[in-house]
Each structure stands twice: as structure tokens, then as C-alpha cells.
Design a protein around this ligand. Sequence first.
Ligand code: PHE
Length: 360
Amino acid sequence: MRLRAIFQPDQREFVTMALTEHLARLKEIEAQAQADFTNAPGTKELYDQKVRYFGKQGSFSELMRVMGKLGPEDKPTFGKEVNETKQRLEALYNQQESQLKSQEMATRLAQEALDLSLPGPERSQGSRHPISLVINEVISILSRIGYSVRLGPQIEGDWFNFEALNIPPDHPSRDLQDTFYVDDHHVLRTHTSPVQIHTLLNEIPPLRVLAPGSVFRCDSDVSHSPNFHQIEGMLVDRKVSMADLKGTLSYFVKELFGSSLKVRFRPSFFPFTEPSAEFDCSCPICQGKGCRMCKHSGWVEIGGCGLINPKVLMQAGLDPLEWQGLAFGFGIERMAIIKYGVQDIRLFNENDLRFLRQFE
Ligand code: PHE
């Protein structure tokens, strides 16, 4: 080392001068970096500055190259200065970064704050189908006079749907046009009356039962749907007469449509009732004056009824001299049409929400 200093005095001089210059340059860089770090408006800009000074192409890489060219006597001094400067700047950087980070977090929190007072999106609530509404109302009215619900299968044995109800094999309602046959001995029930048979075979009178449900017939137009609903009523007891039937149905109609309505029986025929009747009530829309709904007759048809045919009771092992019964069967769609003024029976099965929402 000494030899080198002695034999190369000029170079020593040159390098010493250069060192002061380099140190001055280092001070300049530090001052500039301090200003740049302090003035950076956000973390992104701050990071860009960091790259400018400490990156591969940055000022400090350049200073390292300078150091490589320094003489061994100057290297430690310069190296020490560079390192200390770097440490100071890094400390400043970290301090700035955490300050900017918390500022940015604060603005984000303010911007993205949830407005808890804002009402949420409305959830639509389902509602009961008008057919269910009518079924439930009929059940509620008749349960007040002792009736309770029984359910039967929708695929019914031929015997239950027809034979046991005294419908002989050549009866027109068995015609293929009216009945959906599942196989030779099973049909989609064409009415709820087979539930009468199931009940008579399984239970001991006195009985008061209601059987609501789907029924099926090959028929489709404005007033007929291949799948519609009925509710069956049956009462079996000692000394049952037409007076009981009329009293029951008058009570029912008044509860369902209002007290000012009149009821009437028209003689009719059903194989499973004797005597049989069609049951009408004065039109609830026009109060019997005549309107489109009642086809200007003042009356609307509710369903069929009668006293249970003794043959049916005997099929079920009951002695008709001891037990009598009354039965009635109403079309639910028919009642819903009257109650809600619906024009087309097909609306009940179309699932059009504009229609269904009116019953919410
Ligand atoms: N089951 C008959 C029908 O579907 C209605 C009815 C029921 C008639 C009970 C009399 C007694 O038309």
C-alpha cells in the first residue's frame, strides 16, 4: 500500500479530489430523494421514487459503480457514507409509506362505507293460490259444523271410482272421452266421490268428512280444464234427511258468499245418491238480479248433492234402515270464479304471476 502511495502520488491526489466530489454528489442525491419521498402524493408514486433511487438503474446502483472505481483508501469512507445515506433514506421511505398507507385506508373507508340506513332489495313473498284459498275457506266453514278432512289417491281403482258408487259399466261418464284410463283397471279419478267409499270401508259411522283434491276429465275449453278440483262432503248418521242436506248447504253458502243469498235444489240424477239434486245459490255478483256471471238467470250452480244411495251404503256393509247419509260435491274452480270474478278457468293453471299476485 505504501509503495503504491509513494509511486503513484498523482493518482492518489486525483482520487482524493474525486472523493469530495462524489461525497457532494451523494449529499445532493440524498437531498433530492428526501424531497421526492416527502412530496409523493400516494404509495404508488412513493414506490416509483424508491425504484428511481434504489432500483437496478437507480442512483444508488450508480454510486456502487463509482465506488468500484475508487482507490482502496477512499472506498471505506465513501462506502460508509453511501450506506448511512441509504439507511436514512430507507427509514424516511418506511415512515412515508406507513403514513400514506393509513391516509389511503382512511379515504377508502370513507368512500366505501356502507349506508346501513338504505332499505334492502325487496323480497317478494309467495302467496296462496286462489284454488287453495277457496279449499281452505270451505274446510274452515264446514269444520265449524263437525266435518274433518280425508284424502284419497288421484289414481283410483275402477271399482272405487265407478262400481262402488253404483255407476254401471255402460254409464256415459265412463266413456273414454271423459275418463283418463291408466290401465284396464285404473283411472285418474274423475271426481272426489271415491273418497266416500274409502271412508265408509275404513271408518265407523257417525261420520262427517270432507275430501278436497284434484280430479281429471278429458275436457278442455274456457270453462273446462282437464285437471280441476272438487271438494266432497259426506255425512253418515241415523235419521238423515233432505232437510239436513238443505240446512247444511244453506249454512255453507251464507258463510262463503254472504247472508243475503238464497239457495235452491233442482232435481237431478247421480247413480250414488237418491234423491239427487243440483244445488244453486242466488248469484253473489248481482244478488239474483241477472248478470253475465249467472247468464242472466239470477242463479249460479255450485254442485251436485243428494242422499247417499242405499246401494252404496250396503256395498260398505251398512244397513240402510239404520244408517242414512248425505253427500255433496262442489267444483272449486267454479266457486273461485264466482268469488273472485275470474273469466277464464285456464288462468288457474297458467302460473301467470300478474294473475296470482292479485290474491296476495
Ligand atoms: N261426484 C259428482 C260429480 O263429480 C258430484 C256429487 C258428489 C254429486 C256427491 C252428488 C253427491 O259431478
